[in-house]
Design a protein. Structure first.
Length: 242
């Protein structure tokens, strides 16, 4: 589904991604962790073309992200992305947040889009809040709306960049629960997170990044079942967060 091949990226003279390669199969959940500044956000954003890269290739569902003739807006519409800051439209109601792109980008009718929105809001437990504005919701609720909004586009894969990092601790689980459900339904997911409990529970693979490199890329069992075999950098990082 997602193939990252020898991707390198520089900001000016500074290299931020260094020969990164991995593949994410259909229905697979991959957690990306690593110290701040290691390139996690940059890597995940290259997947839907939000960050250009100078070397290598990324193929998503058979389409080359970096190719000059690729219709990036069209590709992006098919890949859901959820950020640390929820990035909802503050002046639109919850329902309108979910309806807008369905109508504008997918060409659905208002009625069809509203029905899809209602069913997704049910699924994330927020139907009762459908007419509120984002500012009237808690952080955890806003993030669940953001996930529902991404799902409304019927994405082929979902990218999450530290979706719970900006939340108060008591709200982390309500968002992780939605993500656990999504994973169990077979969604292809790439998740940057330091929530190792979540990783252990749902990740098929764990990637550890350091200074722009993919240092570890192993199965859940390899990663958590044999921590002593991990690189020194990974062990040091994990000792600080576990
Ligand atoms: P992470 O998500 O792992 O914390 P990032 O992908 O955000 O790391 O950043 C990787 C590196 O790229 C960092 O050293 C960061 O300072 C640098 N970087 C990120 N965005 C920019 C930018 N727009 N211009 C220059 N350097 C950047
Ligand atoms: Mg980041």
């Amino acid at each position: 589904m997602i193939e990252i091949k020898h991707v390198s990226k520089w900001y000016g003279a500074t290299q931020v991604l260094d020969d990164c390669s991995t593949r994410i199969a259909h229905g697979e959940v991959v957690v990306v962790c690593g110290p701040s500044g290691s390139g996690k956000s940059t890597l995940i954003k290259t997947v839907n073309g939000l960050e250009p890269f100078q070397k290598g290739e990324i193929i998503v569902d058979g389409i080359s992200v970096g190719a000059r003739d690729t219709d990036l807006p069209k590709l992006r519409a098919r890949i859901g992305m959820v950020f640390q800051s929820f990035e909802l439209f503050p002046h639109l109601s919850v329902t309108q947040n979910l309806v807008l792109a369905q109508v504008k980008v997918l060409g659905r009718s208002q009625g069809e889009a509203a029905a899809r929105a209602a069913s997704l809001l049910d699924r994330v437990g927020l139907r009762a809040h459908q007419d509120k504005f984002p500012g009237q919701l808690s952080g955890g609720q806003q993030q669940r709306v953001a996930i529902a909004r991404a799902l409304a586009m019927d994405p082929i894969a979902m990218l999450f960049d530290e979706p719970t990092s900006a939340l108060d601790p008591e709200m982390v689980n309500e968002v992780l629960d939605v993500m656990v459900d999504l994973a169990s339904e077979g969604m292809t997911m790439m998740v940057v997170t330091h929530e190792m409990g979540f990783a252990r529970k749902v990740a098929d693979r764990v990637i550890f990044m350091d200074v722009g490199r993919i240092v570890e890329d192993c199965t859940n069992e390899e990663f958590f079942g044999n921590l002593e075999a991990r690189s020194e950098r990974a062990q040091l990082f994990l000792s600080k967060i576990l």
